[in-house]
Design a protein around this ligand. Structure first.
Ligand code: MCA
Ligand code: AMP
Length: 499
């Protein structure tokens, strides 16, 4: 019997002595150790009652055991549901209610909160000192586990992505969705066991979890697992490494450091950027400084990666490259494909495209056509030779430092505050994060300051979603249809001070 992802990504390494994970504290895990630890944690999951199809919510630090837990979830046939570690208790509550997990894994510091939220779920912990209850439950377990069979269409992961309606939607990703994309990217970017990837991304999103780790596992590459991004640490790793995957903020921060030079990057083979638009000026400055042309690619939680600039061939600033092999991309208006050069909505079809939204058949039907095309909500155009450029977004979305922020979710929180009549949340350019969140607020009660408002969103919204500036307005600008003109707000406040 087979398990699609496990057999391709993990099983082949059972006897592989090469280093997989190289951690901040100098600890190194070989691939064979990873396979054994995955089996131990799989036993721990089984002992916790996990059966195939159960959801495991993971809001845990970036540790080697967290990556072993991902493998263990795959091996036991469970569905892995990672959450941003910045989410507040109030945000996490929704995911737990919606996904009804059997098990929640968290940092020991959030144990009480999670237990309070967890309803019938069991709660276990992962901690940097190795003393989390899941790690302890795995210690001493057998280092082999009878892998639970899973077919290509079985679900491997549920990743929540916020929506324009304010409610987050769980994107159901199958074994085939994840594996097909990993195979394509490993091949396209020529990742091999000779590579050493600087991994400074979080491991609760598609980029750091699937794009980075699944390709490394497939190729048998080494991963320098950094707890989080810091420019100094990344620069120190460059002479020993070959690849970096990052969001544009990584590259602007690296450019801000005079130690970034061509000499420092001579061992580096590939710099990849995604999750947010890379400014052409960053692309150009990076090449001028290092001699490397950043390879920009484009993807979504629902689709994994969709397009990539070529490995061999021109990497053009401001474009996201060609559709991946086996991935169809069309540009449409009103569902009809338009001609090259014309702007429309980007739609995508292929084995990488998800299975629909968890418990949301209507939403699935709205965004995933019966023909198999997924409507991304991104606006773009294709050149005559098929290169895709993203020119805007149909969806109301802010991307800050690679994190997606849906204004509707923040407006809902603001509008619930006693004394706030209405609000409009929008993004303005930010030199570090690309975009920054601003809230325009109309009051209807006693005078409140922006500090009063800010204090009230703290417990509701993760820090990265909280507005960096508030403007109190008499009324919001609206068009003749009564719709708030966010473009007017963006233009009016484009130079507003943000921290
Ligand atoms: C941290 N802060 C942020 C962000 N990150 N605020 C806005 N946007 C952010 N992205 C807050 C902190 O809470 C802190 O708040 C303050 O900003 C300064 O923190 P700082 O130390 O400078 O930030 P950092 O810890 O260095 O983080 C910045 C970062 C990080 C390295 C850019 O946000 C990051 O790793 N981003 C990657 C996100 C990612 O993986 N995206 C992929 C999504 P205070 O004011 O309290 O100090 S997957 C995806 O989009 C698709 C599928 C795709 O195509 O990949
Ligand atoms: P997520 O909801 O985290 O899956 O983010 C997906 C969104 O990120 C896409 O719909 C795009 O709007 C954006 N995105 C990802 N990669 C790029 C890129 N290279 N350039 C511009 N936008 C991007």
């Amino acid at each position: 019997m087979t398990n699609t992802l496990y057999d391709a990504l993990i099983a082949p390494h059972a006897e592989n002595p090469a280093i997989f994970l190289d951690l901040d504290d100098g600890t190194r895990w070989s691939y064979s150790h990873y396979v054994k630890r995955t089996a131990q944690l799989a036993h721990a999951l089984r002992a916790a009652g996990i059966v195939p199809g159960d959801r495991i919510v993971v809001q845990a630090p970036k540790l080697a055991d967290t990556i072993a837990l991902y493998g263990a979830a795959v091996q036991t046939g469970a569905i892995y549901l990672p959450l941003n570690t910045a989410y507040t208790q109030s945000e996490v509550r929704y995911f737990i209610e919606d996904a009804a997990p059997k098990l929640i894994i968290c940092d020991p510091a959030s144990l009480a909160e999670m237990t309070a939220l967890g309803a019938s779920a069991q709660v276990m912990t992962l901690a940097a000192n190795g003393k989390g209850t899941l790690s302890i439950a795995g210690d001493g377990q057998p280092t082999q586990f009878d892998t639970v069979p899973r077919s290509p269409d079985d679900l491997a992961a549920l990743l929540y992505t916020s929506g324009t309606t304010g409610r987050s939607k769980g994107a159901m990703l199958s074994h085939k969705n994840l594996l097909s994309n990993a195979i394509t990217l490993t091949d396209l970017w020529q990742i091999t066991k000779r590579d050493r990837l600087i991994h400074a991304l979080p491991i609760f999103h598609t980029h750091g979890l699937f794009v980075a780790l699944n390709t490394a596992l497939l190729a048998g590459a080494q991963v320098r697992l950094m707890a989080s991004f810091d420019a100094e640490g990344v620069l120190a790793e460059m002479p020993k490494s070959t690849m970096l995957m990052g969001v544009p903020t990584f590259y602007t921060r690296l450019l801000d450091d005079a130690r970034l030079t061509g000499d420092l990057a001579t061992n580096m083979r590939l710099f990849i950027s995604g999750s947010a638009p890379l400014l052409a000026e960053t692309h150009t400055a990076f090449e001028a400084r290092t001699g490397h042309r950043i390879l920009e690619r484009y993807g979504m939680t629902e689709t994994n990666m969709i397009t990539s600039n070529p490995y061999d061939g021109d990497r053009i600033a401001g474009t996201v490259g060609y559709p991946l092999p086996d991935t169809e991309v069309i540009i449409t208006t009103d569902g009809e494909a338009v001609k090259p050069g014309e702007i429309g909505v980007i739609e995508v079809r292929g084995e990488n495209v998800f299975q629909g939204y968890w418990n949301m058949p209507e939403k699935t039907a709205e965004e995933l056509r019966e023909s198999g095309f997924f409507i991304t909500g991104d606006l773009g155009l294709a050149s005559e030779d098929g290169r895709i450029s993203i020119v805007g977004r149909q969806k109301d979305l802010i991307i800050s430092g690679g994190y997606n922020i849906y204004p509707k979710e923040i407006e809902d929180v603001l509008n619930d505050i006693n004394g706030v009549k209405e609000s409009a949340v929008f993004g303005v350019p930010h030199p570090d994060f690309g975009e920054s969140v601003i809230a325009a607020v109309v009051l209807d009660g006693p005078t409140m300051t922006d500090m009063d408002i800010a204090a009230q969103v703290t417990s509701e919204l993760a820090r990265f979603k909280q507005p960096r500036s508030y403007v109190i307005m008499e009324s919001l600008p609206r068009n003749t249809m009564g719709k708030v003109q966010k473009n007017v707000l963006r233009e009016t406040f484009k130079d507003i001070k943000t921290d």
